[in-house]
Design a protein around this ligand. Structure first.
Ligand code: AMP
Length: 223
């Protein structure tokens, strides 16, 4: 089996992070940790925490750093991630979260941070067409449509639009990406952790580019 990895995937909303993380998580046999999926699961369970998170998500605002850092600290401390590593999707989203992650992972740290690059016009088109399975949360869109319209290929569940894929919330999330998350690219670049990968094209082509970047890095690290 391929050795495990400790990765972060960065990219605008709609860049294809979710789809690529699922593919990478199968390839490297490591858990895909999506903070957005974790928050949506909490919302569905109707806990106080979930209801509060839902308010932030619907408005396209970020959940406060201290809350998110504790959620991720707890998840990364589980048995599966300690063994083989993980792929983080949606975290870190601010420099404060990146700093906290570095402390959580010390002394080993991340292997690599991948920046999935896609132009804003493309992302807007993808977000408008994005559908998610109401049962298993699989993602569909222009580049990866379901075999039958409105029905999940994996489990037959109904495909729906995410509550936060409204025009207003999308605009706010992209604004926040530029102001809060994009500075992370520079932050990781100066720490020699970043690889930029072109996110345009068929999902399998993009996965091949990501795997090449990761394997090059592992080669350099001697893994
Ligand atoms: P995503 O599925 O990654 O687009 O996340 C959906 C929403 O969950 C975001 O718009 C935020 O409201 C919230 N969220 C997810 N991850 C984080 C994070 N690391 N920090 C703050 N808010 C987050």
């Amino acid at each position: 089996m391929v050795p495990g990895v400790r990765l972060v995937l960065l990219g605008k909303q709609g860049a294809g992070k979710g789809t690529q993380c699922v593919r990478l998580s199968r390839h490297y046999v490591v858990p895909h940790i999506s903070t957005g999926d974790m928050l949506r699961a909490a919302t569905r369970s109707g806990t106080d925490f979930g209801n509060k998170a839902d308010e932030y998500m619907r408005a396209g605002e970020l959940v406060p750093d201290d809350v998110m850092i504790e959620v991720v600290r707890h998840r990364i401390d589980q048995h599966d991630t300690r063994g083989r590593g993980f792929i983080l999707d949606g975290f870190p989203r601010t420099v404060a979260q990146a700093e906290a992650l570095e402390k959580i992972l010390a002394p080993t740290g991340l292997d690599l941070v991948l920046d999935l690059e896609v132009a804003t016009e493309v992302v807007l088109e993808r977000l408008a067409s994005r559908r998610v399975c109401s049962v298993c949360q699989a993602n569909y869109g222009i580049d990866s449509p379901p075999r039958y319209a409105g029905i999940c290929d994996h489990c037959g569940g109904e495909l729906i639009q995410r509550d936060d894929d409204t025009e207003e919330a999308i605009r706010r999330r992209l604004e926040l990406y530029e102001s809060a998350t994009a500075p992370l690219i520079e932050w990781y670049l100066t720490r020699d952790k970043l690889a930029a990968v072109d996110g345009l094209g068929a999902p399998e082509k993009v996965s091949a580019r990501l795997i090449r970047a990761i394997d090059n890095r592992r080669h350099r690290l001697g893994h």
